[in-house]
Ligand binder design. Structure first.
Ligand code: MN
Length: 317
């Protein structure tokens, strides 16, 4: 991650002592199973075991790594389609190269987020760049799938490239907490990501022994996924460690602590649930089975795009 610069803002002073009535209780704590994705890169399935209705407007999330690859081992995906939702790729360490069927492409690296609205459909490839495949190295990120409301499922595809220095940085007065606000609102501060339904996405680093007491929109759900380190969640201070997801209940405040000897890195996610039926299959997320079948038919008919001649291919060594 790049160093934090002087752009750092101060969070408004938070409650010195959260009241139990406001703090959201811990409802569910799950541990992400390990799996492999794409051409065989290791992931943790962050949302496994949580009911889809409790995740809405989020659908799926993989933690990519963290892994320190030997030379020749880094891998990603080959070309594949999406329709009906958004993929949000946040690279904490390492680089992911992408290219799509509309001629777009680039590098996601060093704290950057790529917010891709698949909308009516796109084909793309996501792969470590050749030099990283040759050298090996640290690779750590997240890919989050955000649903689109029915009215926006067939909009034109779009990218938002949110570089690390565009993210809104907020720090507590004692410096014990750093927030990187990627999208949404915290108090009067806004993240750069544009969304199709109200969402907050923030990467929080809570120093060893530090406490985060954060105002959270009462109409949003609230999820905290541990990217690294350990600490506690809620006023009852339930212990959490890397790969665990905490789902909170109603309230307007989130409380998290760093472990007395270790920092806690969490991705905090929330949004207003999209109260519509979901029909999902592989890389397509629609509202009905008929729309899902149409997506599959359109993909096979080339409507979602075709692999460009001379397009990027997975690097093999
Ligand atoms: Mn993809």
């Amino acid at each position: 991650m790049p160093a934090v610069t002087a752009d750092t803002l101060l969070l408004p002073k938070v409650h010195a002592t959260p009241t139990d009535a406001l703090a959201r209780p811990l409802l569910q704590l799950t541990t992400a199973p390990r799996a492999h994705e794409g051409l065989g890169f290791p992931v943790r399935r962050a949302f496994a075991g949580v009911r889809p209705a409790d995740l809405s407007p989020f659908i799926h999330m993989d933690q990519l790594g963290e892994i320190d690859y030997p030379p020749g081992e880094p891998r990603g995906t080959d070309w594949h389609p999406h329709r009906g939702f958004e993929t949000v790729t946040y690279m904490i360490d390492g680089t992911l190269q992408h290219e799509d069927s509309h001629g777009g492409g680039g590098m996601i690296t060093n704290g950057a987020t790529q917010w891709m609205t698949a909308g009516s459909g796109i084909l793309h490839i996501e792969t470590p760049p050749e030099e990283l495949v040759i050298s090996g190295g640290l690779f750590h990120g997240v890919q989050l799938w955000v649903n689109l409301p029915a009215r926006d499922k067939m909009i034109a595809p779009r990218y938002q490239s949110l570089e690390a220095d565009e993210v809104t940085l907020l720090a507590s007065e004692d410096g014990g907490v750093l927030l990187r606000l990627i999208a949404g609102t915290i108090s009067d501060h806004h993240g750069p990501g544009a969304t199709h339904s109200p969402i907050t996405v923030v990467h929080a680093t809570i120093a060893a022994g530090a406490r985060l007491v954060l105002a959270w929109h009462p109409e949003f759900n609230a999820l905290a996924y541990v990217l690294a380190g350990r600490g506690t969640v809620g006023v009852d201070e339930v212990g959490v460690s890397v790969g665990q997801l905490a789902r909170f209940g109603a309230g307007d405040t989130l409380v998290l602590h760093g472990h007395p000897t270790d920092p806690l890195d969490v991705l905090l996610l929330g949004g207003r649930p999209i109260d519509e039926p979901v029909a999902a299959y592989g890389p397509f997320v629609m509202n009905t089975r008929a729309e899902l079948q149409q997506a599959i038919d359109d993909y096979h008919a080339g409507v979602l795009g075709t692999i460009p001649a001379g397009g990027l291919r997975p690097y093999r060594h």
